[in-house]
Design a binder for this molecule. Structure first.
Ligand code: ADP
Ligand code: MG
Length: 610
């Protein structure tokens, strides 16, 4: 078939070399897409110049003004004009394109920006004089004396005035400002030792003071500035290596996820990147812990021998190519999963804090009076609670029975269990919350969420061993799936491994014959519809295979005891013990916590005793 003809008229005779100005303007199309990309290039230049302080001022979202001032090495007067020429750089010698240690090396940013804007470059080296050079639409005026402290200021006015077509594509001042803020945050995360500020004519929008201490501490302090205390208080350190690759930094517990992938910072050899492979690996690592619409928070630093990664893929260098992408992905996924497993029992401080806020009584405590309340002895309380402990577990109720312990716990055992992380169960509230006592506080467990997590972990363990055990339905369930039926049937084999036996049943319908034994007697139709949705989300059948876990997580929801099921004391305790023994059990499959803890100190605060 003939390709459609391009709509190019051919008035030019023969081949000719473009002028520098035209070449720069074309390059500018790639290097400076919008004000934020100009800010990125200029701030990177300042970092490359060894600056310890970088101040950025913008006007109208960077459209009318971008000014970047640094206290770096400065440029010699003799080289000012050269800095504005295409392919002129002080950062590489052109021989070695592998061992690149600077942000820049292409020598394109200044000439590109200068070709589409009015640019002033003022610079002074230590011990030298300050000089200034002006360029408008690519035409430079001779340099002239100026005044400033050592360092460099690049001022860009009226970006894209020379290319009106591009000007039209710019977004509102507000969204351009946001994009600039994002660029600053990413670079600030990569360079914790540098002070950054971003202001417009009225206020300072962003400020990150140089972080002190060794690299680890400095990175953590910077993460606090950029991602907030919520993140750092609920983050765990990560440090792993594999075949010459090293991954360091901090990852958020699943309970501090975000609604968009905005709080993910990934640096490769010090360079902040937005790389699909890396973001995909991060997502995959959390897939057991977060629902599809939640995104993990992370500040990760990947170090890789320079000959195994190519940063020169795109002029803006946001993407990279790895020689062994499988290794990189494997390292990220295994390191994160391992770290999260080790921290599976940490409740998040934020959630407890928020809960505390909600707990605080609405009526202000009476002031100036002391209330004395007769305190019942510990034994009396225990007896009272014991008498109220829910009984009458319904044998017919579906779901979780395997964790049952038939014996009553002795007093001795009860004393020991309060020393365990989730403590000794004391009561079930609203038929879904278990209240437990620990040595130093109380724990509230969401029974439904906990069951869901345990079911998932068990299904996973079974699958890893020899496939999920199935149980035949007395009467096969016929489920109408319409156009989804074909897609689900494509996965018949994969679903069988997950304990779900299905077969076609006329056009648009599927028969479910067997379900995972561990689920008891789930609503098979609802289960299959959910699985069909998951498969539709995942897309290709390869993706489904790769993400069997996600399908399994959906399946697990159906086996969990819905709230409303009464548990006996021993059943509750058995559940707590199993949670302690199960990795990742402190969050449900959707990243919500399965339990929260209030320490005695928290309780005292609540009652104004401290
Ligand atoms: P690159 O960064 O790829 O080298 P640029 O066009 O961004 O290319 O900059 C050209 C040169 O100008 C740099 O190599 C550097 O020598 C000099 N330069 C640019 N900005 C600064 C700055 N803020 N401080 C010192 N030198 C700078
Ligand atoms: Mg540069």
């Amino acid at each position: 078939m003939n390709a459609p003809r391009h709509n190019i008229s051919r008035p030019i005779q023969g081949i000719r070399r473009l002028s520098d100005a035209a070449a720069n303007r074309i390059a500018a199309g790639e290097v400076v897409e919008r004000p934020a990309s100009a800010v990125k290039e200029l701030v990177e230049n300042a970092v490359d110049a060894g600056a310890t302080r970088i101040d950025v001022t913008i006007g109208d979202g960077g459209k009318t003004l971008i000014r970047v001032s640094d206290n770096g090495s400065g440029i010699a007067q003799a080289e000012l004009a050269l800095a504005l020429e295409r392919h002129a750089t002080s950062k590489i010698d052109g021989e070695d394109l592998v061992n690149i240690r600077s942000f820049g090396f292409r020598g394109e940013a200044l000439p590109s920006i200068a070709s589409v804007a009015r640019l002033t470059l003022i610079s002074r080296q230590q011990g030298g004089e300050a000089w200034e050079i002006n360029v408008a639409a690519g035409q430079a005026a001779p340099s002239r004396p100026a005044s400033r402290a050592p360092g460099t200021t690049v001022e860009v006015r009226d970006l894209f005035y020379a290319t009106p077509a591009r000007l039209k594509f710019l977004r509102s001042d507000r969204s351009e400002t946001q994009a600039i803020g994002e660029v600053m945050r990413r670079l600030a995360m990569a360079e914790p030792g540098i002070t950054f500020t971003l202001s417009d004519d009225s206020r300072t929008m962003f400020r990150a003071d140089a972080a002190q201490g060794d690299l680890f501490d400095a990175r953590l302090a910077r993460a606090r500035t950029i991602l907030g205390a919520d993140f750092t208080e609920n983050a765990v350190a990560i440090d792993a290596d594999r075949e010459g690759l090293r991954l360091e930094g901090h990852i958020g517990l699943p309970t501090v996820s975000r609604g968009a992938a905005v709080a993910q910072h990934i640096m490769v050899n010090g360079r902040p990147v937005r790389d699909r492979l890396l973001i995909g690996a991060l997502r995959a690592a959390y897939s057991d812990f977060l629902s599809r619409d939640r995104h993990p928070m992370a500040a990760l630093f990947l170090t890789c021998p320079p000959d195994r990664v190519d940063v020169n893929v795109h002029p803006a260098k946001a993407e990279v190519r790895f020689r062994e992408p499988g290794n990189v992905r494997g390292l990220i996924i295994s390191a994160i999963r391992h770290t999260l497993a080790q921290n599976g029992h940490r409740a998040t401080s934020t959630i407890t804090e928020n809960a505390l806020g909600a707990f605080r009584s609405e009526t202000p405590a009476p002031s100036g009076r002391t209330w004395t309340v007769p305190r019942p002895s510990g034994q009396a309380v225990q007896a009272a609670l014991g008498a109220q402990a829910p009984v009458g577990f319904d044998e017919q109720s579906p779901g979780w029975t395997s964790a049952r312990v038939e014996t009553e716990i002795s007093e001795q055992e009860a004393a020991e269990t309060t020393a365990l992380p989730l403590g000794a169960a004391r009561a079930q509230l609203h038929e879904n919350y278990i209240l437990a006592q620990t040595d130093d506080g109380v724990v509230l467990i969401d029974q439904h969420a906990a069951h869901e997590r345990l079911a998932f972990q068990r299904l996973k363990a079974q699958m890893a061993e020899n496939g999920v055990a199935r149980q035949a339905l007395l009467i096969p369930e016929i489920v109408e799936l319409g156009t989804d039926a074909a897609r689900v049937l494509e996965q018949t084999e994969a679903l069988l491994e997950l304990g779900l036996a299905i077969e076609p049943f006329g056009p648009g319908a599927v028969a479910v014959r067997e379900v995972p034994a561990l689920l008891g007697q789930p609503d098979a139709a609802a289960l299959l519809r959910d699985v069909a949705d998951e498969i539709a989300d995942l897309g290709s059948s390869d993706a489904v295979r790769a993400r069997l876990d996600a399908v399994l997580s959906r399946i697990a929801c159906h086996g969990s005891v819905r709230s409303g099921r009464r548990l006996t004391g021993p059943e509750m305790n058995a559940l707590l013990r199993e949670m302690e023994a199960t990795p990742h059990s402190s969050t449900c499959n959707h990243g919500r916590p399965t339990w929260v803890k209030l320490s005695l100190a928290d309780l005292e605060k609540l009652f104004g005793r401290r």
